[in-house]
Design a protein around this ligand. Structure first.
Ligand code: FAD
Length: 382
C-alpha cells in the first residue's frame, strides 16, 4: 500500500471522488482514504439530480458548467445511467406563480431555457401527473444519474490516472510540520503528502479541527423513501416550486429510478432541517412519510396502492449560506471541499475543478470566491 502520495483526498463520496479524478488527471499520485465504502455515506443515498433549476442565482454559471461537465463525463464513460430527463416544478396554488416567473426570468437571463407550462402541457411531458396542479415550470436540460455508479465512475477515472483508493481507513488527525500539512494519521497508520483535501461531507469540520481549523458546517437531516419497483410512470424529476425560505419552507423531489423504484424526498410542511450527528441515523419521521405519500398521490393518483420498500436518513453538510467551503484552509497544503447545502451532487465536479485550479494556480472556469473557506470569518470581522 502507498504510504506516501502527492495528494491525499479524505472521503470517497462524490466530492472526494471527483477531486481525486481531477487531481489524478493533472498528473498527481493521489491516495483516497475512505472510512467506510465509496459512496456509502450521503452520496449513495442521493437522488442525484443534475440541474440548474431554482438554484442559487449567483451560482448559475458554475452550475451550468457542472451540468455540461456531467454530460461530458457521460460521453467519456457512459456507465452511470445519466438520463437527461428534464425537471418539472409544480405549482399547487396561484400565489406561487410570481415566484415561478421570477425564477424563469433569472434563468433565461443566464441563457437557460426554462418555461412555465399549463397542466395540459405538463401532461404532454409527464402523462401520469394528473393531479390538480395549477401549472409547472419545465427545465428541459436537467438530468439524473445513478449516484453509486457515478461515484464509481469518477473513482475509475482517478485510478486510470494514478490514484489508489483505500476503504475502511478512518483519518483521525491531520499532521502538520513547520506550519504546513505533512500528511494524516489513520486507523491504518500514517500517510504522508504535502497536499490534503478534506472532502468528508458532514464529518469535515471534525477532522479540520485537529489542525485548529474551524469550519461553520452543520449536519442537516435529509429523508428519503423508495417504493417497490413498478412499470415506468414518472419520466422526469418532479419537484415543488421553490418557496421563499428554500428547504425550510418545504421541499419535494420525486423521480423513478432505472430499477422502477419511485424515490421521493418530500416534505411540504418543513421538518427537513433538524440537525444532529451524522453517526446517529434515526428513523424517518412519521409526518414525513405521511406528507410524502400524500404528495405523491396528489400528483400521481394512479400510483395508489404501490408498496413502500425502504426509507433512509442522511445528514447533509450545510453552511450558513448553503454554499460549499472550497479552497485552501489553515496550514499550507490543506484544502477543504464540503458544505454542499443539499445539492452537492451536481456541484461536485465544479468543486473538484476549483480545488485543482487552486493547487495548480490556474484560472477556474467560474467564480471561486463564492466558496472561500474564510468568508464567514472575514464577514464577521468587517
Ligand atoms: C435524500 C437526498 C437527496 C439528494 N438529492 C440531491 C440531488 O438531487 N442533487 C444534488 O445535487 N444533490 C442532492 N443531494 C445532496 C448530495 O447527495 C450531497 O451534497 C453529496 O452527495 C455530498 O457528497 P460528499 O462527497 O460531500 O459527502 P459524502 O457522500 O458524505 O462523502 C463524504 C465521505 O467522507 C468520508 N469520511 C468522512 N470523514 C472521514 C474520515 N475522517 N476518514 C475517512 N473518511 C471520511 C465519509 O465516510 C463519506 O463517504 C441529496 C442528498 C440526499 C441525502
Amino acid at each position: 500500500m502507498v504510504k506516501r502520495a502527492d495528494a491525499i483526498v479524505v472521503g470517497a463520496g462524490v466530492v472526494g471522488a471527483a477531486t481525486a479524478a481531477a487531481l489524478a488527471e493533472s498528473g498527481r499520485r493521489v491516495l483516497v482514504l475512505e472510512q467506510g465504502v465509496p459512496g456509502g455515506a450521503v452520496s449513495g443515498a442521493s437522488l442525484a439530480c443534475i440541474g440548474t433549476h431554482m438554484m442559487d442565482e449567483e451560482e448559475l454559471p458554475l452550475l451550468t458548467w457542472c451540468c455540461e461537465a456531467w454530460a461530458e463525463l457521460d460521453r467519456r464513460a457512459p456507465r452511470f445511467e445519466y438520463n437527461r430527463c428534464g425537471q418539472l416544478r409544480f405549482l399547487r396554488h396561484e400565489n406561487e406563480r410570481r415566484s415561478a416567473e421570477t425564477w424563469i426570468g433569472i434563468e433565461r437571463a443566464a441563457g437557460l431555457r426554462p418555461e412555465l407550462l399549463d397542466p395540459a402541457e405538463v401532461q404532454a411531458i409527464e402523462p401520469g401527473l394528473t393531479g390538480p396542479i395549477v401549472a409547472a415550470t419545465w427545465s428541459p436540460d436537467s438530468a439524473v444519474v445513478n449516484p453509486f455508479l457515478a461515484v464509481r465512475t469518477l473513482l475509475d477515472v482517478a485510478r486510470s490516472g494514478s490514484a489508489d483508493v483505500v476503504s475502511g481507513a478512518t483519518v483521525t488527525a491531520l499532521v502538520t510540520r513547520g506550519g504546513r500539512i505533512a500528511g494524516v494519521e489513520t486507523s491504518l497508520g500514517r500517510f504522508e503528502a504535502s497536499i490534503v483535501v478534506i472532502a468528508g461531507g458532514p464529518w469535515t469540520q471534525r477532522l479540520a479541527a485537529t489542525a485548529d481549523v474551524e469550519l461553520p458546517i452543520v449536519p442537516r437531516k435529509a429523508q428519503c423513501l423508495a417504493t417497490v419497483g413498478t412499470r415506468p410512470v414518472i419520466r422526469t424529476v418532479v419537484g415543488a416550486c421553490k418557496a421563499e425560505g428554500g428547504v425550510d419552507a418545504g421541499y419535494t423531489q420525486i423521480q423513478q429510478a432505472a430499477s422502477g423504484q419511485v424515490l421521493f424526498n418530500t416534505v411540504l410542511e418543513g421538518g427537513v432541517t433538524a440537525t444532529g450527528s451524522p453517526e446517529i441515523v434515526p428513523e424517518v419521521d412519521r409526518a414525513f412519510v405521511r406528507d410524502s405519500v400524500d404528495t405523491l398521490l396528489f400528483l400521481f393518483p394512479a400510483l395508489a396502492g404501490l408498496d413502500l420498500l425502504r426509507s433512509w436518513v442522511r445528514y447533509e453538510a450545510v453552511t450558513p449560506d448553503d454554499r460549499f467551503l472550497t479552497g485552501p484552509a489553515g496550514p499550507e497544503g490543506l484544502f477543504v471541499a464540503a458544505g454542499d447545502g443539499g445539492t452537492g451532487f451536481v456541484r461536485s465536479l465544479g468543486m473538484a475543478r476549483i480545488i485543482r485550479d487552486r493547487i495548480d494556480g490556474t484560472t477556474p472556469p467560474c467564480r471561486d470566491d463564492l466558496y472561500d473557506v474564510g468568508r464567514f470569518a472575514a464577514r464577521a470581522a468587517a
